[in-house]
Design a protein around this ligand. Structure first.
Ligand code: KG4
Length: 343
């Protein structure tokens, strides 16, 4: 008997990106994302504006994803959607769209944990014979605007959080420090660009002292703010004149904190297959540190394509593809959840 193709539509709307993607048997056919420019003026995501923009974007984005995939909606096997964590109003737009669309097509819905999605971005295939994915178990450093975690991934649906931030996430700290410097939002890509031309050892900031595999970034953020205030008082043009060195030093400090605990986790678990995921995994300093560790410590590393680092629906469809095969479907009366959790 010929096996039927599985077409999964993924929908992601947890924060400020409206995204839809189609996978055929785990192979990417399309991944369309509408980012919301409206938040730039506010230096951060405004929840009410985010949900309004999702409402405007969701239908055209899904339409584009189907068109680029070259399929009709009737060919879809299931709809996978982000249930949480995220902003309540933003999530509701994606979930309610998924409910209506699934019901009208009479196909199953599949709920996906956003964090699980980031990790499972490593299982999106570029072609039928693409076999680049990490073997289970592997260690994944999950670093985004809302999370910084070290996760032991035993299976697609069995993830153990070994350590996580006790205060700010790495991305959040970068964004806040970049705001102090008067740079735009989100700060991550700007800091990344500036850091490439600066000296990473020019300035030092407070280092956290947290037990186990946990992270902390609030002390670094505060010491960054106090230092900047002091230096600007001495020289009002200090930031403008030294922005490359400041960015490089900040990036260096954050990457250093992230890698220190990751090394510890690899050592204690003995698992040398190490992946990175989430928005901050786009960072060049962090990517270089991964390559350096692969060489120095014999790690096998897994670094996602840039388009799968920040929020995207392909990673949601990737989890959906696994759950579909296990017939792990979701009931129509499912609520969203905004809190950070691995179920
Ligand atoms: O995963 P993501 O898109 O959204 C969340 O689920 O949080 O991550 C967004 C975060 C932001 O803090 C952003 O500044 C950071 O990822 N980011 C970066 C880079 N690109 C995005 N941080 C450092 N370097 C980058 N190139």
């Amino acid at each position: 008997m010929v096996k039927e193709d599985i077409y999964i539509l993924g929908i992601e709307s947890s924060c400020d990106d409206t995204s839809a993607a189609v996978l055929r048997n785990g192979v990417i056919l399309s991944n369309v994302t509408a980012s919301q420019e409206v938040h730039k003026a506010y230096g951060g995501v405004v929840p009410e504006l985010a949900s309004r923009a999702h409402q405007q974007n969701v239908v055209p984005v899904v339409d584009q994803a189907l068109k680029r995939a070259g399929i009709t909606k009737e060919q879809l096997s299931a709809i996978a959607f982000t249930r949480g964590p995220g902003l309540m109003g933003s999530l509701l737009v994606g979930v309610n769209f998924a409910k209506g669309f699934a019901r009208s097509l009479n196909i199953p819905m599949i709920e996906v944990n956003h964090l699980q999605g980031h990790v499972m971005a490593h299982f999106i295939k570029e072609s039928d014979d693409d076999n680049h994915m990490p073997p289970f178990p592997f260690i994944c450093l999950l670093v985004s605007g809302g999370n910084s975690q070290i996760v032991k991934v035993n299976a697609y649906n069995d993830m153990e959080v070994l350590g996580q931030t006790i205060d700010d996430a790495a991305g959040e700290a970068i964004d806040k420090c970049s705001k102090v410097m008067g740079l735009g939002y989100p700060g991550g890509p700007i800091i990344d660009r500036l850091a490439r031309q600066g000296n990473p050892l020019a300035y030092k900031f407070a280092e956290p002292n947290v037990a186990g595999f946990d992270y902390s970034f609030s002390g670094l953020k505060t010491s960054f703010l106090y230092n900047m205030r002091k230096w600007v008082q001495e020289d009002p043009d200090f930031i403008e004149h030294h922005k490359e060195d400041i960015a490089a030093s900040l990036e260096h400090a954050i990457v250093d904190i992230l890698m220190k605990k990751l090394r510890l986790a690899v050592k204690e678990t003995g698992i040398k297959h190490v992946a990175v995921a989430g928005g901050v995994s786009a960072n060049n300093g962090l990517r270089n540190a991964f390559h350096d560790h692969a060489e120095r410590y014999g790690w096998t590393i897994y670094i996602p394509k840039f388009s799968y680092t920040t929020d995207n629906a392909a990673m949601i469809a990737s989890v959906g593809n696994f759950k579909y095969q296990d017939k792990d479907f979701t009931k129509m009366d499912i609520p969203v959840f905004s809190k950070v959790t691995f179920e």
